[in-house]
Each structure stands twice: as structure tokens, then as C-alpha cells.
Write a new protein. Structure first.
Length: 54
């Protein structure tokens, strides 16, 4: 299985477990989502909390 390593799209810092992040994305068209982490990684723009404050 593939290992997803999420990174901030601004500073490229790797996101660790339980860190607060912000995700910019469009509302999905499909009803159910089985793998939310993969969906966010592929369809969203992850922003680290500190980068979002700037």
C-alpha cells in the first residue's frame, strides 16, 4: 500500500499526526468517502496552521 506523506503546500513541512491543518478544496460531488486522507491529499490544498496565520 502507498504511504501518504502530507505536506504543507506553502512551506513544504511534513504534517505530523494530531497537528492542526487547514484544507482548501471543493465540496465533493460523491456521497460517501471511504479514504478521507487520500482524498484530501489528492484533491485538496493542505496548509499548515502557522502558514495560514501569515
Amino acid at each position: 500500500m502507498f504511504k501518504i506523506t502530507p505536506q504543507c503546500s506553502v512551506c513544504k513541512k511534513e504534517i505530523q499526526a494530531n497537528e492542526e491543518i487547514f484544507v482548501e478544496m471543493r465540496y465533493p460531488e460523491t456521497k460517501g468517502m471511504a479514504e478521507i486522507k487520500a482524498f484530501i491529499q489528492n484533491q485538496g490544498k493542505i496548509i499548515y496552521e502557522e502558514c495560514n496565520k501569515k
